[in-house]
Design a protein around this ligand. Structure first.
Ligand code: NAP
Ligand code: F7E
Length: 348
């Protein structure tokens, strides 16, 4: 019998890569998605469109982290072996504008799911395994560099505070109810499928659009913040590995390299033979009330116990994103030349 995985946040960046990985491993993959008035399945449509074996192994169900009864219904319908909780209001800047909503989805939503998983485990007798998408944002105002599983948390945003709550609940369900529950403390991970309001993708989209004459300026906030950026495709493999171990645990997943937003800008624009200083303007709207200045992860535990290490480095990641976004901009250029009005995401 193939293993069954349930993924919340299936329509997001990580949901799409994790689905591909699990389908390739022979799993049946069920995704939880929210109803929306517009299509949100762009990142997973290619999995859906396969009319052969993959198609029947990949299914979507409606559900919301704020609807505990709905989550219970989904669990009893799907009967999963593994549950990956990737759903979140995941944008840090937005969490300052919507702190209560972010707390409800990220913190209480995770608790809703943990409760549903515990009850499902107890009633079905199935040894279900649970993965929680924890975040390096929990380290916030860091007390040491690099950060490990033992570094204290000092969250600096409503998003990070909610992730700390969800992280501790996951640990508590492991200790209190012997649930096989793991938290992956993942540092920033990016890809051509990254949401366009996160800084790396905002930069690769803008630089490639500038190159093709579709955009004149790029408005950014703090260029000095440093992040440990990896490739999302590598990081979903670590999620799966955590659930294949003999005992549940928490792991930092990171590259061990950190770069500033300014360095990322320089790299991306130079890949396109452009000087970023000709196009970038600082806009206060993209500054945060409290900033996380530097993140740098030490993933030695994952390397030693999971045999996990990143395959794509920082420069390869930027080149991959630029290559993808050049193609996208070329398609937009063709549309613009044919007289169609274009829109682009100018969000935070
Ligand atoms: P993402 O692209 O923003 O995707 C978030 C997903 O959550 C989307 O599918 C979204 O659905 C869904 N979602 C939001 N609110 C929901 C709700 N109330 N009920 C059900 N689903 C809901 O995020 P990502 O980059 O893939 O990250 C995956 C997870 O890892 C998130 O929990 C994030 O906080 C965490 N994380 C990310 C990073 C990173 O660098 N990417 C690092 C550490 C941790 P819609 O499509 O309908 O919006
Ligand atoms: O910002 C600075 C900004 O929004 C990175 C999420 O996936 O990773 C992500 O959170 C840095 C920050 O990611 C702009 O101030 C400058 O210092 O790409 P970001 P994030 O906040 O690190 C963690 C691990 C998660 O868990 C989150 O879910 O870039 N920055 N100018 C900007 N950031 C944005 N978004 N837009 C700007 O214009």
């Amino acid at each position: 019998m193939p293993k069954i995985a349930l993924i919340t946040g299936i329509t997001g960046q990580d949901g799409s890569y994790l689905s591909e990985l699990l389908l390739a491993k022979g799993y049946r993959v069920y995704g939880v998605m929210r109803r929306s008035s517009v299509f949100t399945t762009q990142r997973i449509d290619h999995l859906y469109q396969d009319r052969h074996e993959e198609h029947v192994r990949f299914k979507l169900l409606y559900g919301d982290m704020l609807d505990p009864m709905g989550l219970r219904r989904v669990l009893s319908e799907v009967r999963p072996d593994e549950v990956y909780n990737l759903a979140a209001q995941s944008h840090v800047r937005t969490s300052f504008d919507q702190p209560i909503y972010t707390g409800e989805v990220v913190a209480i939503g995770t608790l809703n799911l943990l409760e549903a998983v515990r009850d499902y485990r107890d009633s079905s007798g199935k040894d279900v395994r649970f993965y929680q998408a924890s975040s390096s944002e929990m380290f916030g105002k860091v007390s040491e560099i690099p950060q490990t599983e033992r570094t204290p948390f000092y969250p600096r945003s409503p998003y990070a505070c909610a992730k700390v709550y969800a992280h501790h609940q996951t640990v508590n369900y492991r200790e209190a109810y012997s649930l096989f529950a793991c938290s992956g403390i993942l540092f920033n991970h990016e890809s051509p499928r990254r949401g366009e309001t996160f800084v790396t993708r905002k930069i690769t989209r803008a630089a490639t659009r500038v190159k093709l004459g579709l955009q004149e300026k790029l408005f950014l906030g703090n260029l000095e913040a440093k992040r440990d950026w990896g490739f999302a495709g590598d990081y979903v493999e670590a999620m799966w590995l955590m659930l294949q171990q003999q005992r549940p645990d928490d792991y930092v997943i990171a590259t061990g390299e950190t770069h500033s937003v300014r360095e990322f800008l320089e790299l991306v624009f130079s890949l396109l033979d452009l000087d970023w200083q000709d196009y970038v303007e600082i806009d206060e709207r993209y500054m945060r009330p409290a900033e996380v200045d530097i993140l740098l992860g030490d993933a030695s535990k994952a390397r030693d116990l999971l045999a996990w290490k990143p395959k794509v480095n920082w420069k390869e990641l930027a080149a991959m994103m630029v290559e993808h976004d050049v193609e996208l901009a070329q398609r937009e250029r063709t549309l613009a030349d044919a007289g169609y009005a274009l829109t682009t995401n100018a969000g935070s």
